[in-house]
Design a protein. Structure first.
Lengths: 159, 735
C-alpha cells in the first residue's frame, strides 16, 4: 500500500496486521489518524485524543499503546496490530458476558484483552480490573468486560 | 424456534467487538468538507463585531452566520429561545456565532482561531442559588424557566402540628455524559432534500429542528441515525443544534459537510446534568412516620430553556421519594444562568431529588435515633397508598421485599458489626455501609405519551422475514436486540428472521424519542400490537413460526408488490388520568422500585473513598433479557458512583474548564467493585412482555447510599456531591 509522497513527509514502512505497509507521514501525524483516515481502518476509535480513555488502543510490537499519542513516524520498522486483525472466534467470550454495549470503547478494550490473553502471566501480579483500567467504558460498569477477559484467558489456558 | 422468554444475543455485538460498526466519523465521505464552529468568548453581552483575521485566505472557506439561516433562528424544542447562531447578543460562553467549512480538517480548526467575536459585556448570572438583580433579568420577569408546585393535603398545618420537624439542605453538581463517541454529524444535499446523518437519540427531534430552522417542508428534510456510541441523554437535544450547523454549511457549500467534535469541545459546549439545590422540611412523629414533606427545589437551567421544564417536572414528581405521606408540598423552579445550557442526562432530574430525599431520610433517622432501614421500611409505599401527585400504587410489586433482599444480599447487618470491629482495630481506615430506596417512573410524564402519539410498524417481506420500523435507536442499551427478541418470541421466529430498519425519517414512523426508559416498555408494547395487527391480516391470528412464514410467502405470491404490514398507535393504559394544571394524578404508567446498599472504606489520611461493594435490587416488571438488563443496572450504578464521588465540573464564567478526561475523572475498572444485581419481577400488563422501564433507575440510588456509607464511616453527614476527598476533608475536620 503506497501513499502519495509529499515534500514534508517521511517514508514510514511498518508491519500492520501481518502485512508490510508504507505511508508518508508528516512529523505531527498521529498513528490513530494514519490508521483511520490514511489506511482506511476505522476500527480504532478516538475517544479523548490525550491518552486517557484507551479507545484507540492498538498493539505496538505486541504491547498495548494509545495510538493517539504515537507519532506515525515512530512506528517505522515496527509491528502494529489493530482490531481489524481479529476474528469472531477471538472475541466470542466477550460477546457472552456483555462486554460491549455502545461499542465505542470496545476496539480498545478488545486489544488490551488480546494482550492479556497472550500474556496470562501478568495476572499473577495484577488483577484484570487493574489491567483494564486504561480503557474507559461508560456503558457496562466494567463487570461484563472483566468477566469477558477472564473468560478469554481461561479459554486460552484450556487450549 | 425461540420461546417468548429466551434471550437473544446482542445483534450488533460481534460487529462492535471487531470494530466493524461504522460510526459517523468512520464512514468514508469522499469530497466532504470539515465544519467547525466559532463561539462566543463571553458569558453575556452584545456582539459588537466579528473580525476575520488577515492571516487566512477566507475565499477558501465556506462561512455561515445567522443571516444565512433560511428558516427561524432557533433550535426547535419546548420554547423558541435558543438561537442556532447568535445574532446580536450572547448568553453563554461557547455560544455558536459563525460556522466555517474547508476541505482540510486541520485548516478549518486553525481558521477558527483567526475569527474574533467581540462582545460588549453585561454582568452575567453565574450562581443559580442567588436571585438575580434587575440588571440580570434575561427571561420573563424573574429568569425562571419553569415553576411547578405539587400539593397534597395540608403541609403547613401538618408541619405546625408535627412533634418533630427536621430540616436539611442538599446540593448536587453537574455531570458530564462522557459517551465514548463524541458528537458528530454529516449533512449533504440529495436533489431537493437536505439529508443529515449522525450520532443521535431522537431522529424526529432533529427532523423538527431542521424543518423549522431551514424553513423546509417535512419531506424535504431527512434524518438518519448512525450507530451511536453512547448517549445517556447527551444526544437527546444537542444533536439538533449540530445537525442545523452541518446542514447550514452543506447548503452554503453545496457539498457534504462533516462536523465531528473532539473531546474538549464536546465536554465544553454540550449539555450536562442540571446542578441542583434542594431544601427539605419534614414533619415526623417520634417513631419516624412521615407526617409532612415540604420540599423546595432549584435547578440550574443554564442560558436557554432547552429541556429544563420537563427535567424539573420529573425531578419534582420523584422528590418525595417512594414513601407514603399525606401532606406534601414540592415547589420547584428551573432558573436561568449564563452557563452552557444543562440538559437531559439519564435519570432526568430524579437522581438529584432522590439524593436529597434519601439523605433527608438518613438525617431524620439520625435526629430521632432510629435505624435508617426501619425508617424506610415504615414509610415505603404499600399497595393502595399514593405518591406525591396522588397516584395510587397498586402494581403487585413488593417494595419491602426489594428492601429486604438488598439487606440480605449485602449482608447489611453482619457488615455493620464487622465494620465496628474493623474501625476499632484500624487507626487510619474507616468502613461504613449505607442504603437508599428509590423509584423511577418510565415513559413520558403525565400526558406526554398521549401527546407523542407514537406509531410503530412491522412489515412482512416476501421472503417471510419481518422488518421492525420505529424511530427508537440503538446507543448501547440493546434496542436492536430487544426488539428482535420481542418479535421473534411473539411470532415464534428465529432472530435472523427479524430485521430492524435503520432509524431513517424517510422510512420509519415516529415512535417517539429514545429517552425516558420508554423504548421497551412503551415502544416494545407497540411492536407487540403491530405484530398482532399484521398476523390478523393473514386471516388467522394464531399463526406462528414456520406456518406464519409460509403464510407470508403465500400472501406475497398472491399480492405481487403488495405491502403486508401491521401498525399500532399508542393508547394510554386504562384508568390512567393526569391533570397538568394541578399536577395531580397518574404521573407515569408504571414505577420501577429499587434499593441500593453501598459499602465503603475511607482512608483518614487522604480522605479518599474506596467502594468495597454495591448491591442493587430492583423490581422492574418482567426482565426480558437478563444480560442486557444487568448491563443497564451495572453501567448505571457505576455512572452514579462517578457522580457521587469523583465527577466534578469546574466552572469559570459558566463554562466547564476541566473539559478533558485528564482532569474530569470518570470511574475506571479499578475504581469500582463488581456491581451485584438482582431483579424481582411483578409483570406490568401494559409493557412489552410485562416489562417496565429500566434504563434510568440505576442512576437514582447509589449516590445517597454512598454518601450515607461515607457518613457512617467518618461520623459526618455529606449533603453535597461529589464527595471528593477535598469536600470530605472540610466535613471531617469540622466534625
Amino acid at each position: 500500500m503506497e501513499h502519495d509522497a509529499r515534500e514534508d513527509t517521511v517514508r514510514v514502512e511498518f508491519t500492520l496486521n501481518g502485512k508490510v505497509v508504507v505511508v508518508y507521514a508528516q512529523p505531527s501525524d498521529r498513528l490513530l489518524d494514519t490508521l483511520r483516515y490514511g489506511l482506511e481502518l476505522p476500527g480504532t476509535k478516538e475517544g479523548c485524543g490525550e491518552g486517557e480513555c484507551g479507545a484507540c488502543t492498538v498493539l505496538l510490537d505486541g504491547m498495548p499503546a494509545n495510538s493517539c499519542l504515537v507519532p506515525t513516524y515512530q512506528v517505522r520498522g515496527r509491528t502494529v496490530e489493530t482490531v481489524e486483525s481479529l476474528s469472531s472466534e477471538d472475541v466470542a467470550p466477550l460477546m457472552r458476558t456483555g462486554a460491549t454495549q455502545c461499542g465505542a470503547c470496545t476496539p480498545g478494550v478488545v486489544m488490551t484483552a488480546t494482550w492479556i490473553r497472550r500474556h496470562p502471566e501478568v495476572l499473577e501480579a495484577h488483577s484484570v480490573r487493574a489491567l483494564m483500567a486504561g480503557n474507559l467504558c461508560r456503558c457496562t460498569g466494567y463487570d461484563g468486560i472483566v468477566e469477558g477477559v477472564e473468560a478469554l484467558v481461561v479459554r486460552e489456558s484450556d487450549g | 424456534m425461540l420461546g417468548g422468554n429466551e434471550s437473544v444475543e446482542r445483534r450488533e455485538g460481534i460487529s462492535k467487538l471487531l470494530g466493524r460498526e461504522l460510526y459517523i466519523d468512520d464512514e468514508p465521505m469522499g469530497g466532504c468538507l470539515w465544519g467547525a464552529t466559532v463561539r462566543s468568548p463571553s458569558p453575556r453581552g452584545l456582539i459588537r463585531e466579528v473580525r476575520f483575521g488577515p492571516e487566512v485566505n477566507w475565499e477558501e472557506f465556506v462561512v455561515v452566520d445567522h443571516r444565512d439561516i433560511p428558516g427561524e433562528n432557533h433550535v426547535w424544542l419546548i420554547e423558541s429561545d435558543q438561537p442556532v447562531l447568535a445574532a446580536d447578543s450572547v448568553r453563554h460562553v461557547h455560544e455558536p456565532v459563525v460556522l466555517l467549512a474547508h476541505r482540510s480538517r486541520e485548516m478549518v480548526h486553525k481558521a477558527v482561531r483567526s475569527v474574533e467575536v467581540i462582545v460588549d459585556p453585561s454582568p452575567p448570572i453565574l450562581d443559580f442559588r442567588i436571585p438575580p438583580g434587575a440588571d440580570g433579568i434575561q427571561h420573563g420577569t424573574d429568569n425562571v424557566f419553569s415553576h411547578i408546585v405539587i400539593n397534597k393535603g395540608d403541609v403547613e398545618a401538618a408541619l405546625a402540628e408535627a412533634p418533630v420537624v427536621v430540616e436539611g439542605t442538599y446540593e448536587t453538581g453537574a455531570q458530564e455524559h462522557v459517551y465514548l463517541e463524541n458528537q458528530g454529524m454529516v449533512a449533504w444535499i440529495d436533489g431537493d432534500v437536505v439529508v443529515v446523518k449522525g450520532s443521535l437519540q431522537c431522529p424526529f427531534y432533529v427532523h423538527a429542528a431542521l424543518t423549522h430552522g431551514l424553513g423546509r417542508e417535512e419531506d424535504k428534510v431527512r434524518v438518519i441515525q448512525a450507530p451511536t456510541g453512547g448517549g445517556f441523554g447527551g444526544k437527546e437535544e444537542y444533536p439538533s443544534m449540530l445537525a442545523l450547523h452541518a446542514a447550514l454549511l452543506a447548503l452554503e457549500a453545496g457539498a457534504p459537510v462533516k462536523m465531528i467534535y473532539d473531546r474538549s469541545e464536546d465536554m465544553a459546549v454540550t449539555t450536562k446534568r442540571h446542578p441542583a439545590w434542594i431544601r427539605h422540611r419534614t414533619g415526623v412523629d417520634p417513631d419516624g412516620r412521615l407526617l409532612a414533606q415540604e420540599v423546595e427545589v432549584v435547578f440550574d437551567g443554564g442560558a436557554y430553556v432547552t429541556l429544563s421544564p420537563v427535567v424539573l417536572s420529573r425531578g419534582l414528581i420523584h422528590a418525595g421519594g417512594p414513601y407514603s405521606c399525606d401532606n406534601v408540598r414540592i415547589d420547584g423552579r428551573a432558573v436561568l444562568t449564563n452557563s452552557v445550557p444543562f440538559g437531559a442526562f439519564r435519570g432526568f432530574g430524579a437522581p438529584q431529588t432522590i439524593f436529597a430525599v434519601e439523605r433527608q431520610m438518613d438525617k431524620i433517622a439520625d435526629e430521632l435515633g432510629i435505624d435508617p432501614v426501619e425508617l424506610r421500611r415504615m414509610n415505603l409505599i404499600r399497595e393502595g397508598q399514593s405518591t406525591a401527585t396522588g397516584q395510587i400504587i397498586r402494581d403487585g410489586a413488593d417494595r419491602l421485599e426489594v428492601l429486604d433482599r438488598a439487606l440480605e444480599l449485602s449482608a447489611y447487618r453482619e457488615k455493620q458489626k464487622e465494620h465496628a470491629r474493623f474501625n476499632a482495630a484500624n487507626e487510619d481506615r474507616r468502613r461504613g455501609i449505607g442504603l437508599s430506596t428509590y423509584f423511577h417512573g418510565a415513559g413520558f410524564t403525565g400526558g406526554g405519551e398521549v401527546h407523542l402519539s407514537s406509531v410503530a410498524k412491522v412489515e412482512a417481506r416476501p421472503d417471510g422475514r419481518i422488518v421492525v420500523l420505529t424511530s427508537n435507536i440503538e446507543m448501547g442499551q440493546g434496542t436492536l436486540t430487544i426488539f428482535t427478541q420481542i418479535v421473534s418470541g411473539l411470532l415464534g421466529l428465529e432472530p435472523d428472521d427479524v430485521l430492524i430498519a435503520d432509524a431513517d425519517t424517510f422510512r420509519v414512523p415516529n415512535s417517539g424519542p429514545t429517552v425516558a426508559s420508554r423504548t421497551v416498555m412503551v415502544v416494545g408494547r407497540l411492536i407487540e400490537r403491530a405484530c398482532a395487527d399484521l398476523v390478523a391480516k393473514l386471516g388467522d391470528s394464531d399463526l406462528r413460526g414456520p406456518d406464519l412464514k409460509q403464510a407470508i410467502v403465500d400472501w406475497h405470491r398472491k399480492h405481487p408488490r403488495g405491502v403486508l404490514d401491521g401498525v399500532a398507535r399508542y393508547e394510554p393504559p386504562p384508568g390512567i388520568s393526569w391533570d397538568e394544571d394541578s399536577y395531580r394524578g397518574d404521573a407515569y404508567g408504571a414505577f420501577a422500585w429499587a434499593a441500593c446498599v453501598a459499602e465503603v472504606e475511607v482512608d483518614l489520611r487522604t480522605l479518599a473513598t474506596r467502594v468495597l461493594d454495591v448491591v442493587a435490587v430492583q423490581e422492574v416488571g418482567k426482565v426480558l433479557n437478563e444480560l442486557l438488563a444487568s448491563g443497564q443496572i451495572q453501567g448505571g450504578v457505576v455512572q452514579a458512583i462517578g457522580w457521587a464521588l469523583m465527577e466534578e465540573c469546574v466552572w469559570s464564567d459558566g463554562v466547564m474548564v476541566n473539559n478533558q478526561l485528564t482532569n474530569y475523572m470518570i470511574p475506571t475498572s479499578d475504581d469500582v467493585p463488581p456491581v451485584r444485581v438482582e431483579f424481582l419481577e411483578a409483570p406490568y400488563a401494559h409493557g412489552a412482555g410485562g416489562a417496565k422501564g429500566i434504563g434510568e433507575l440505576p442512576l437514582d440510588g447509589p449516590a445517597p447510599a454512598l454518601a450515607a456509607a461515607i457518613g457512617v464511616a467518618t461520623g459526618t453527614h455529606p449533603r453535597a456531591i461529589p464527595v471528593t476527598p477535598e469536600r470530605l476533608m472540610e466535613l471531617y475536620d469540622g466534625a
